[in-house]
Design a protein around this ligand. Structure first.
Ligand SMILES: Nc1ncnc2c1ncn2[C@@H]1O[C@H](COP(=O)(O)OP(=O)(O)OP(=O)(O)O)[C@@H](O)[C@H]1O
Ligand SMILES: [Mg+2]
Length: 393
């Protein structure tokens, strides 16, 4: 008996070490979170696991991932006051609940988030540098009840996980800030030149007006950059919440079209909207989907050619809807297709067509994937581009 226990302990210990090494080997937050919940399930013999991250500044708990997770729920806020996770954050202690239905602490359940009904829970705080950064929960022990050993293993995994999450966040922030500062240099340099020219005693009124316009343009560009930057930073940290709801896709497409049609007209482009009947209703954040479509359509306008056209189409497909944005513009060489959705990426030479930061498509991708959808590009130089979105119904 004793011998059996020891070999169990050893197996657990070995597993823990290998999981911890695994966690230390990635800085990608999404991959990391997936690995953590998988390790939690394996270590504790649970049916599922989930992670919530805690934002100390906002005193807010946000759901991040779970086994069989509906990605739409990412970022959804969980009440600190009345949830199990909130209790763990406040008390900085693990908890085992054998029967959540009959627990008299009256926690609000987020069991719909995992697609499994929650019977039992083992939850531990994720603590790094004395700060609670989140909660790791193992859900539904498969045989019997969660034990003290399970709790100890999950605490240890949690400690490693918290450090790895913290590192990944810091790295992400640093990476993004470094790129942003790099991008700031161009508009700042031109502002500097412009303001310097303005102080020149011999500058004519005409020249002065021209310089003022230039300054205004650069300031607009800087503030757009700042807005995009904040957008992507929020989306990437997983702290941006999608406001969940069911929206009318047809109305949304029409609103977006009205906006783009006038932009297209100003540039002498044709705009066409083509919505098939029987579009399914889509659930998610209508404002975010709107933002994604505006980004795609404004690219289709920006990188177009005189006399060209922009087409927005939507049609039902099995289990969802397809939205297609196509244009007859300058197109994108194949070798850049897999970099397009990266942050700050612009196809070389794009400056001559239009100003931009290279953040638009990375925001689009985050939003669409955050809704459980996909986005693909087909494009050839001098022929045009087609971006195809799939959203689940
Ligand atoms: N429809 C399109 N046709 C041709 N090139 C495109 C198209 N859409 C995007 N691109 C290329 O992909 C790059 C990245 O697009 P993205 O929208 O991310 O950034 P951007 O338009 O340069 O800046 P912004 O952050 O203002 O959107 C663009 O700079 C452009 O080179
Ligand atoms: Mg763009």
């Amino acid at each position: 008996m004793t011998k059996k226990l020891q070999s169990n302990d050893l197996a657990r210990y070995k597993k823990l070490i290998s999981f911890s090494q695994d966690l230390a080997s990635t800085l990608d937050l999404d991959i990391l979170l997936q690995r953590i919940i998988q390790a939690a399930v394996e270590l504790t013999g649970a049916e599922a696991a989930s992670i919530l991250l805690y934002d100390e500044r906002m005193a807010q708990l946000n759901f991040q991932v779970a086994t069989n997770f509906d990605p739409k729920l990412r970022g959804i806020e969980v009440p600190v006051e009345s949830s199990i996770a909130g209790w763990i954050v406040k008390n900085r202690m693990p908890i085992i609940i054998d029967d959540t239905q009959n627990d008299d602490r009256h926690f609000v359940q987020v069991s719909q988030s995992t697609g499994t009904t929650t019977q039992s829970i083992l939850g531990v705080p994720l603590i790094s540098k004395d700060k609670v950064s989140g909660v790791l929960e193992a859900i539904n022990k498969q045989n019997g009840v969660f034990t003290a050993d399970d709790q100890e293993s999950l605490m240890t995994l949690g400690a490693h996980a918290a450090v790895a999450i913290e590192n990944s966040r810091l790295f992400q922030q640093f990476d993004l800030i470094a790129e942003f500062v790099h991008e700031l240099r161009t508009p700042l340099a031109s502002l500097r030149t412009a303001t310097h020219l303005l102080t020149h005693p011999k500058v004519t009124n005409e020249k002065r007006d021209e310089i003022s316009k230039k300054i205004e343009g650069e300031v607009v560009r800087l503030s757009n950059m700042a807005a995009d930057f904040l957008n992507i930073a929020r989306l990437e940290s997983g702290r941006d919440q999608f406001n969940l709801g069911v929206f009318n896709l047809k109305t949304l497409l029409q609103t977006v079209s009205d906006l783009i049609e006038s932009l297209a007209q100003q540039k002498g482009l044709q705009f066409e909207l083509n919505i098939e009947d029987n579009l399914p209703s889509v659930s998610g954040d209508g404002d975010k989907i709107n933002q994604a479509l505006v980004n795609l359509l404004s690219n289709a306008v920006k990188y177009n050619r005189p006399g060209g056209s922009v087409i927005l189409k939507a049609k039902p497909v099995p289990d969802g809807v397809q939205i297609i944005v196509s244009d007859t513009g300058v197109g994108i060489p194949e070798k850049y297709h897999n970099q397009l959705f990266g942050k700050f990426f612009r196809v070389p030479g794009s400056e001559k067509h239009a100003q931009g930061t290279g953040l638009g498509l990375s925001i689009v991708k985050r939003i669409i994937e955050g809704h459980g959808g996909t986005i693909q590009v087909e494009s050839q130089p001098d022929q045009g581009s087609t971006f195809t979105i799939y959203l689940p119904a």
